[in-house]
Design a protein around this ligand. Sequence first.
Ligand code: SF4
Length: 381
Amino acid sequence: MNNQKTSIRRKSEPSTNISRRCFLGQTMRFCCNAGLTAMVFGQLGTGMAFGINHDDDPKSDAVNNKLFDEDFVPGYVPLQESGELAERAEALWEIMRNCRLCPRECGANRHRRQTGFCRSPGTRLFISSATPHFGEERPLVGRGGSGTIFLTHCSLQCVFCQNYEISHLGRGHERSVREMASMMLQLQRAGCHNINFVTPTHYSAFILKALEIASQRGLRLPVVYNTCGWERLEILAMLDGVVDIYLPDFKFWDSSISATLTAGTDDYPDLTKKAILEMHRQVGVAKPNRHGVMEHGLMIRHLVMPNEKGGSIEILDWIAENLPKDTYVNIMAQYNPYHKAFDFPEISRRITIQEYRDVVSHAEGLGLTNLDIQGHGWLRR
Ligand code: SF4
C-alpha cells in the first residue's frame, strides 16, 4: 500500500475550469447521490420534496411503520414526557450566545444574529431538503427509505466535500423549528424508518426543539445523528438518550492532513476518537433488528481516499483495538474529487480497486466482523 500520507501539498496553479457540460453532469450526479430529487426536478423553490402542512392533525401521525420491534421506543420520547428534552434544548440554545456547539468554539453570539465560522446565520434555521433517501446504509434504508433532512452549512469545511453547495455555500431555505417538526412527521407518514439529520452539529439546539414538538405529535422513529465525527464531548453528553443511532465519519488519522484538507482542523483525529468512544458508550454496537432495520447503535463511516490520505489502516487498527470487533464499519468506496480537490494532486482522482481491496483485506484481517463493504462489486473483479 502506498504510504504517502504524512504530508500533502497544495497545487500552486489555480484549478482547471470545468466545462458547462461537465458541471451539469456533476451537478446531476451530485443531486442523485445526495438524494436531492427535489433539486433535480426543480422543486428547490419549496425546499422540500414534501410540502409543509401547517395544519397537521396530531392524531394522524400514528406510526405506519411495521418494521420495528414491538417494544421499540425512541430515546427522545421518555425525555420529552419527563420535560428533560425541553430543558436540554434550552441549554443548547443558550450555548449559542457564545457559540460552542462545535469544536471550533468560535464564540459567535448567534442570539444577536452573528454568523459563526460555520456560517449558520444566528438563530435562523436553513434546510436544503427533507426526503426519503435510498442511498444510505441498507439497515437505515429498509423498504421505506431513510428520512433524510439535509441541513445547510458546516464548520469542518472539507476541500473535497461532495455536498459543498449545501455545506459550504448554504444552499437551502429558511424554515422554522415548527416546520422542521412537521417535516419529520411527514417523513414518518411516508414510511421512512428513521429521521436522519445530515450535518447536525451547528443546529443541535434547533433539532432538540423540533423533536420536542414532533414527539408530542406522535413521532416514533429513531433519530440518526449523521455527523463528520468532529464533536465536543460536552454537547454529546446533552444528546445522550436523544440520539438513537450515531452515524459518524472517521475521515483522517493524521492531524496535518486533516488541517490541510479541512479548514485548519488539526484536532480532528484526536477529538473524533474521543467522540466515537462516547457515542459507543451511549448507544452501543449497531445491529439491525429481525426485520433488517436499525433501531439504535453506532455506525462508523470511513471513506477510503486516494494515496491513503485518510489513514485507513491506522483508523481500522484503532477501531479494532478500542471498540468491539462487531462494531459496524462502512468502508466507503465512493470518493470523488469534488469541490476544491483538484487543487491537491494527491486527492484529485478516484481510488483504485487495489487501494480499496487493501483496506478491506486489512479490516478483515483485524477480525472486524460487522463490515459494510459498499465497494463489494469491485472485489469480485
Ligand atoms: S457551530 Fe458555528 S457558530 Fe457555533 S462554534 Fe461552531 S462554527 Fe462557531
